[in-house]
Each structure stands twice: as C-alpha cells, then as structure tokens.
Write a protein that binds this ligand. Structure first.
Ligand SMILES: Nc1ncnc2c1ncn2[C@@H]1O[C@H](COP(=O)(O)OP(=O)(O)O)[C@@H](O)[C@H]1O
Ligand SMILES: [Mg+2]
Length: 244
C-alpha cells in the first residue's frame, strides 16, 4: 500500500500546490509512482502548473460517478511516473468524505504516494483529506499570519487524530544567513508545534512554473535541490536541511 499524504497550510498562497507538485516530481524522479489530487474546488491550478491543457474530467466527476477513475487521471509528458487528478471545476462542489477516502485507498494500491493538495482554510476538503491521509505536511512562510494559520491547521489535524505532521517553511529568502532569521524558524517550529521537514527557498525558477523544472536541460536550482531533499526525507533517507 502506498502512503497517503496531505499538504495544507491554513492560509492561501503559501505554496501548497507548489510543494505538492514539486514533491510529486521529486518522488517520481526517485522512481516512485506518485499522484497529486487537487481539492481546491473552482480554483484548479495544478493542471496549468504542469502544462496540461486537456482536462475533461476532474475529481468531482469521479466522486459523482460521471466518469471512470482512469478517465480523470492525467499525466504530463515531461515527468514519468507522475499523475494528477484536477480539482472539481465547480466552486460549490461538496466533496463526500466517505467516497474520497475510498478513492484514495483505491489509488494507494497502485501508487507509492497519493498526495492531497488541499485548499486554504479548515473546511470540508481538509476534513476529507485528513480522514484519507496518514501523513501531513503543513506549509507556512515566514509571515506571522501564515504561521498562526499553520498552527490552526496543525491543531485541526491533531484533533482529527493525526500524529505524523511535519512542517515545511516556504519562501525563505535566498540570502537567508543571519542568525536572527534562523531563530525565526525555531520560533515558527515552536509556535506551529510540528517537526520541521524542509526549508524551501524563494526561487524564481519555482515561481515561473513547476513545468520549468521538468525540462531536461534545466540546471538544478537551490529550490529544486530543496525539493529533492524533501522527497528523500519523505522516503526515509537522512538528508541535512538546506541553510543549516
Ligand atoms: N518557493 C517559492 N519560490 C518562488 N515562488 C513560489 C514558491 N512557492 C510558491 N511560489 C509561487 O507562489 C504562488 C502561490 O503558490 P501556490 O503553490 O499556488 O500556493 P497555494 O497552493 O498555497 O495557494 C505561485 O505563483 C507559486 O509559483
Ligand atoms: Mg493551491
């Protein structure tokens, strides 16, 4: 059985989809079969981030029985072993937690990693994802508002019975060298109350489009390396944190 892992943050724009997809890409480069499911109803974006412009069926269609599972799974020509299921196109789509959990379990018999990219906030999608997943990544940036919301998301997950919650600090400036800023990250870990698994730098290459890193000729940037390290840790290898 594969691992089902959710990615959440509490606040929008902290980089959940970027983390979910880049983790998926890095896992696939490690030879693992991964699928990313986006739950952000009406705000679909991972198809665009991966350069897939042919979505016909989405998560809503599978859960409502409008299509077969295979019909809603899309692959990108740039990355082997990585598939996606796009978010429901309708913004008011209500996800049935029971059906969603069954879907994730089914996928985990085929994929090594089922990655759930949740929307911002503590709503029904996060609740469904929390029921399906055994592992969670909480993403925050350095801003106090983002940290507070990450703490709320972590509390929610704990109350839902989650024990394997790890923190990803995203958008860390590249010139991150001063002791004061390192102390900031220590404070964030204390405030959120989850063990740190990755520090992801702010990286132009990540900003432009996830697709950029899938091109063969691309030089590895510090952002890409940080995701390779995250994937290695998720698989269970010990890799030092960047910036330490
Ligand atoms: N580490 C990073 N460096 C540069 N840009 C980033 C980074 N992480 C995310 N972004 C950019 O920030 C924006 C929001 O990220 P996204 O993953 O869509 O957030 P969310 O899914 O949490 O709403 C996107 O334009 C994305 O490309
Ligand atoms: Mg998103």
């Amino acid at each position: 059985m594969g691992k089902i892992m959710l990615v959440t943050s509490g606040k929008g724009g902290t980089g959940k989809s970027t983390v979910a997809l880049n983790l998926g890409i890095s896992l696939s480069k490690e030879g693992k079969k991964a699928i990313v499911i986006e739950l952000d109803s009406g705000m679909r974006c991972i198809d665009l981030m991966l350069g897939i412009d042919s979505i016909v069926y989405d998560l809503g269609d599978i859960l409502s029985g409008n299509c077969t599972l295979d019909e809603a799974i899309y692959e990108t020509e740039y990355v082997e072993n990585l598939s996606i299921i796009a978010a429901p196109v309708k913004s008011n789509y209500i996800i049935s937690a029971a059906r969603f959990v069954a879907l994730c379990r089914q996928l985990s018999t085929v994929y090594d990693f089922v990655i759930l990219d949740t929307p911002a906030g503590i709503g029904s999608e996060l609740s469904a994802a929390a029921q399906a997943a055994s592992h969670a990544l909480v993403v925050t940036n350095l801003s106090p508002v983002s940290v507070r919301d990450a703490e709320k998301a972590t509390d929610f997950l704990r109350k839902a019975g989650h024990k394997r919650i790890r923190l990803v600090v995203n958008f860390v400036p590249l010139e991150f060298e001063s002791k004061e800023e390192i102390a900031d990250i220590d404070d964030i870990i204390d405030e959120v109350g989850a063990q740190l698994i990755a520090i992801i730098p702010e990286d132009k290459l990540l900003k432009k489009c996830v697709l950029n890193r899938t091109k063969k000729e691309i030089k590895k940037s510090v952002g890409i390396i940080s995701f390779e390290n995250l994937a290695a840790r998720v698989i269970g290898r010990e890799v030092p944190l960047l910036f330490k």
